[in-house]
Design a protein around this ligand. Structure first.
Ligand SMILES: Nc1ncnc2c1ncn2[C@@H]1O[C@H](COP(=O)(O)OP(=O)(O)OP(=O)(O)O)[C@@H](O)[C@H]1O
Length: 240
């Protein structure tokens, strides 16, 4: 069974078609990247995976389950790192972790997870007093606390300094080594090349590419060069 299966996904917001004909599958244990320009439909797609929004058409299965129909299973087995953290400013790091742990049957040990994301020494600090990067680390820890089988990381390392990025990448590699399936929404081609087994490019709400980073790169100098060239070529062919 695939960990994730998306077929002919469509989601509109009023007149706006956010996602149309998106499709891909993710195997268990894969790190799968979702790339695409701003407004392409990436977050809308992953929100359909987590059950946060319900598709208008198409099929979504996560661990064999329809997230729109079985929210309880998806909530227990799928971790989701929000793009921007939304926690009360006065809530302390440790309190947030304990609160989230209480939602799950099989939570990770809080101390270990805080150590892994480099927040152990800040565990008594209120959320509102954390730096942007520290808030980001906390949101990653919260996504992992329920021992998920699938974790969705949306803009994993945006706003992190280079050392912190590398630490978070190492953390994702450890999560992968435990057999967790990772869906990584990213604008960082470095990150995608380092972490992803395969990736998809979504542009203007449609799936444009599915393959490995090496397949996308071909003989381009960098993955970013290949990505930009690919998007430019498709943009021209879409308008032709
Ligand atoms: N709740 C909503 N109501 C109305 N429009 C929305 C809503 N959510 C997303 N959209 C619109 O749908 C389109 C796709 O947005 P989405 O957030 O999925 O893009 P994205 O690829 O994640 O972009 P980014 O890289 O900028 O985060 C955009 O035009 C966005 O404005």
């Amino acid at each position: 069974m695939n960990a994730v299966e998306v077929t002919s996904l469509r989601k509109t917001f009023g007149e706006l078609v956010a996602v149309d004909r998106v499709g891909f599958t993710v195997e268990p244990g894969e790190v799968f990247g979702i790339l695409g320009p701003n407004g392409a439909g990436k977050s809308t797609t992953v929100e359909c995976l987590t059950g946060a929004i319900t598709p208008d058409a198409g099929m979504v299965r996560v661990l064999g389950v329809d997230p729109a129909a079985d929210r309880a299973t998806v909530r227990e087995k799928v971790g989701y790192q929000l793009q921007s953290a939304v926690l009360p400013a006065a809530l302390r790091v440790e309190e947030a972790m304990r609160l989230y742990a209480s939602f799950y049957a099989n939570p990770q040990p809080i101390g270990e997870l805080l150590e892994a994301v480099g927040l152990r020494e800040h565990r008594r600090r209120p959320f509102g007093k954390l730096s942007g990067g520290q808030q980001q680390r906390l949101s990653i820890a919260l996504a992992l606390i329920g021992s998920p089988e699938v974790v969705v990381l949306d803009e994993l390392t945006t706003g992190l300094d280079p050392q912190a990025r590398r630490e978070v990448w190492a953390l994702v590699e450890r999560v992968k080594a435990r057999g967790v399936t990772v869906i990584l929404v990213s604008h960082s081609l470095d990150e995608v090349e380092r972490l992803c087994d395969r990736l998809t490019i979504i542009a203007a709400g449609r799936t444009k590419f599915i393959g490995t980073p090496a397949e996308l790169r071909g003989d381009a100098r960098t993955l970013e060069d290949a990505y930009v060239t690919y998007l430019d070529a498709h943009d021209r062919s879409d308008r032709a």
